[in-house]
Design a binder for this molecule. Structure first.
Ligand code: 13P
Length: 255
């Protein structure tokens, strides 16, 4: 079996200002100072990235991510932020296709696909978010929805870029609802995602690729979820706003 390093990410969404970054990191870094062997990614808002970048410059234990970016290289795109601009601030990861962007900002599968290609071109690791609605799950369509999202988003990626993409399975019914998927439900979907990756590439890549779970992850349920062999990490929203709670989740990845 392939040994995959766990990856725990904090998606702050539209929360925490730049001046809240330093106190957050002070507490979080203190709480996690003995933790090794896990990738930790902090994904603040654009305006908090410069401060986080400055404070994490000499800290190899926490990497920086962004919540969004444009697939255009540069030019007349008022209000947009390019991959090159993120690289300039040492951003190593970017969320692509989060359900909030798909649902609230009209991000289509085609846009998601363009963003994945752009992120890899700039050597920023994309975290591709996929997940079904409650209705789709109730209608027995969850796997069909995931398969479609994955196949459109990941089309034309080289095997190398595919292996370097992180998938986040985030069932929409579990996001911000307190209604988390059980470890068994999440594992079944992660296993299915690996099957789709195998079809798109081959077995070795499907074993290499890391799949996070996201949706109401808290210190109380993280250990149970993260001990499942198919769950390689967590993408945490609400609970990541509290540095102690996020530190607990990172610790839970250690088993
Ligand atoms: P919650 O952890 O608040 O449910 O959010 C999950 C999420 O959307 C992370 O990207």
């Amino acid at each position: 079996m392939y040994l995959r390093k766990k990856i725990i990410a904090a998606n702050w969404k539209m929360n925490l200002t730049s001046s809240e970054v330093a106190p957050y990191l002070e507490t979080f870094l203190l709480e996690t100072k003995h933790i090794e062997g896990v990738d930790v990614v902090l994904i603040p808002s654009f305006t908090s990235i410069p401060k986080a970048s400055e404070l994490l410059e000499k800290n190899p234990k926490v990497r920086l991510g962004a919540q969004n970016f444009s697939f255009h290289e540069k030019g007349a795109f008022t209000g947009e932020v390019s991959a090159g601009m993120l690289r300039d601030l040492f951003v190593r990861y970017v969320l692509v296709g989060h359900s909030e962007r798909r649902e609230l900002f009209g991000e289509t599968d085609h846009i998601v696909h363009q963003k994945l290609l752009t992120a890899h071109r700039h050597e920023i690791r994309p975290i591709l978010c996929v997940g079904e609605t409650l209705e789709e799950r109730k209608n027995g369509k969850a796997k069909q929805v995931l398969e479609h999202q994955l196949k459109v988003a990941l089309a034309d990626l080289s095997h190398e870029d595919l292996a370097d993409t992180i998938i986040a399975y985030e069932p929409i019914w579990a996001i911000g609802t307190g209604c988390t998927a059980t470890a068994a439900e999440a594992s079944e979907m992660h296993h299915f995602i690996r099957e789709v990756i195998k079809e798109l590439a081959h077995k070795e890549i499907s074993q290499k690729i890391r799949i996070q779970y996201g949706g109401s992850v808290t210190p109380a349920n993280a250990r149970e979820l993260l001990k499942s062999p198919d769950i390689d990490g967590a993408l945490v929203g609400g609970a990541s706003l509290d540095p102690r709670a996020f530190a607990e989740i990172v610790k839970a990845s250690q088993g």
